[in-house]
Design a protein around this ligand. Structure first.
Ligand SMILES: Nc1ncnc2c1ncn2[C@@H]1O[C@H](COP(=O)(O)OP(=O)(O)OP(=O)(O)O)[C@@H](O)[C@H]1O
Ligand SMILES: [Mg+2]
Length: 497
């Protein structure tokens, strides 16, 4: 096997945080190398340095045996290394085509002008080639949803025909269609003798797709598993340094949900996203909502928090109409949006400010006079209960690892004791230990009589956690399942497609 990627003794610190501590990593041609580790263990930092996004403090990198020092991501891609980043990798205010050829528009110059027609045609070809022909290359990127923006990024990276592709925690936010596109590209690259580095927190997915697996913890390489050594318990233990005890999801099936309705939606309609959609949510209920990415479930979450307005139909919370987000908060609704960087978080502000803003009424007098001690205590409780990995609560959210950002988005609403929580893909990108803690927290809230709407692309988590599961299709309610140990993913999928 050809050695393609070599990282030797790489170290990197951000102020007091040691992100990488003498990391050695090798990846071969014809393989998919998995990278796994807790949130903040250094996966994105190591791979992004190799892909030209930032520099290391110490260490050496080689590409096919030659010294490797890309000056930028575009430079790395030109020389054969592409990365699909964990966060948003597209610019919203320009077209899909411009994103695909970002920084490379020279190729389309005719005289003083860019030949847009040719650029859009080539971009459309790039999208079609990866199987994303439903995206119009001329469309404004900001008008597209998270999945389609990720597909634009993939199309962009693939125009460089890289011989190394890094896929950083991309799949959990994608529907099956998006995932299949990535899996197919990974498989093709492997067959062509190229190399894929695949980062994911989904152990099943990693064990299924990867040939080898390297585990990072606290910036250090702990162990590399060959395929015949793959064993769930051993991998988890290497990741977190201890055995993970207790069950992952809740294990009760006795169906204790009160008859009391807390939220009632009646014939909601919104273009082709919601069609005569009615349902009710009960006190102490975890209501799961699943379906394909475009089935309308993500829009439903926004509508119920009044962040988007239905064209017709009504919904009430304990008998009150909710007209805007401020009213939603007044009636104790919390909402964790799927697109955390754009909708849930203020990246250029501290962890403290992000968490505190939703809980103002808990530690400020008349929402005005902040009691600093109480604020600090409130924020620290969230930081600790979700083990947000940070130097202190004043650290900017933009400098947190992906999973730790997600914990902030979650903690912001959990902390304020919302009576109704709308969680859209809440466990996206968090490691297995924290995921378990989040499930336990949801269950505890349910037992306290809080109600949760859990919108997710992960059927296993929906089936594992919901008292009732609604499958949506094309904006309609396609099927409702009661909680049952017999309910399988296949049962649900049948109504999704
Ligand atoms: N620009 C930055 N400034 C300060 N700290 C940073 C910066 N970038 C990364 N870090 C820190 O470096 C550590 C490693 O982060 P990294 O993003 O590599 O983790 P990760 O393994 O990818 O985690 P996740 O699974 O959550 O994505 C974290 O503690 C993170 O907060
Ligand atoms: Mg990361």
């Amino acid at each position: 096997m050809d050695t393609i990627v070599e990282i030797r003794q790489m170290s990197k610190s951000f102020g007091p945080t040691v992100a990488l501590d003498h990391v050695d990593l090798t990846a071969y041609g014809g393989e998919i190398l998995g990278l796994i580790g807790e949130n903040g263990s250094g996966k994105s930092t190591a791979t992004s340095i190799y892909a030209g996004m930032q520099n290391c403090d110490e260490g050496e990198m080689l590409f096919r045996g030659e010294k490797w020092n890309p000056s930028s991501m575009n430079d790395a891609l030109k020389k054969g290394v592409g990365m699909i980043v964990q966060e948003n990798g597209t610019v919203p205010g320009i077209s899909a085509a411009e994103n695909i050829f970002l920084g490379e528009t020279k190729e389309f110059m005719s005289g003083l002008f860019v030949n847009r027609k040719k650029m859009i045609k080539d971009a459309q070809d790039a999208l079609n080639r990866i199987g994303a022909d439903h995206i119009n290359a001329a469309a404004m990127t900001g008008s597209l949803d998270f999945q389609d923006r990720k597909l634009i990024e993939i199309a962009r990276v693939m125009t460089g025909s890289p011989s190394v592709l890094v896929v950083d925690e991309t799949t959990t936010a994608l529907s099956q269609k998006g995932r299949d596109i990535i899996y197919r590209i990974m498989q093709e690259m492997k067959e062509e003798g190229k190399c894929v580095i695949f980062i994911s927190h989904d152990l099943d997915e990693i064990m299924n797709k990867c040939d080898r697996l390297t585990v990072l913890r606290d910036g250090k390489i702990i162990r590399t598993f060959s395929h015949d050594e793959f064993e769930e318990g051993a991998i988890k233990a290497a990741m977190i340094g201890r055995e993970l005890k207790g069950s992952y999801y809740r294990d009760d099936y006795d169906g204790t949900v009160s008859k009391e309705t807390v939220l009632e939606a009646d014939n909601l309609n919104l273009s082709n996203q919601l069609k005569d959609f009615s349902f009710s949510l009960h006190k102490g209920e975890i209501l799961g909502i699943g379906g394909l990415s475009h089935c309308g479930m993500h829009t439903l979450g926004k509508v119920l928090f009044a962040a988007e307005k239905a064209e017709s139909g009504t919904f009430t919370v304990n008998g009150h109409t909710v007209r805007n987000e401020a009213e939603a908060m007044k009636y104790n609704i919390g909402y964790v949006a799927k697109d955390r960087d754009v909708e849930s978080l203020c990246l250029e502000a501290s962890i403290k400010d992000n968490i505190a803003i939703a809980g103002l009424d808990k530690f400020a007098v008349n929402n005005f006079l902040i009691l600093p001690k109480r604020e600090k205590q409130y924020v620290n409780e969230q930081v600790e209960s979700l083990s947000i990995k940070c130097h202190d609560a004043d650290q900017y959210v933009s400098t947190l690892s992906g999973g730790n950002k997600q914990k902030v988005a979650f903690g912001k609403w959990i902390g304020r004791d919302s009576e109704i929580l709308i969680l859209d893909c809440p466990t996206r990108g968090v490691d297995i230990g924290v995921k378990q803690a989040m499930y336990q927290l949801m269950y505890r809230m349910k037992q306290e009589g809080k109600s949760i709407i859990l919108i997710s692309e992960e059927l296993a988590e929906l089936i594992g956690m919901s008292d009732r599961l609604i499958i949506m299709k094309d904006g309609h309610l396609a099927k409702e399942f009661a909680r049952s140990p017999q309910l399988s993913e296949a049962d649900a999928i049948e109504y999704m497609i």
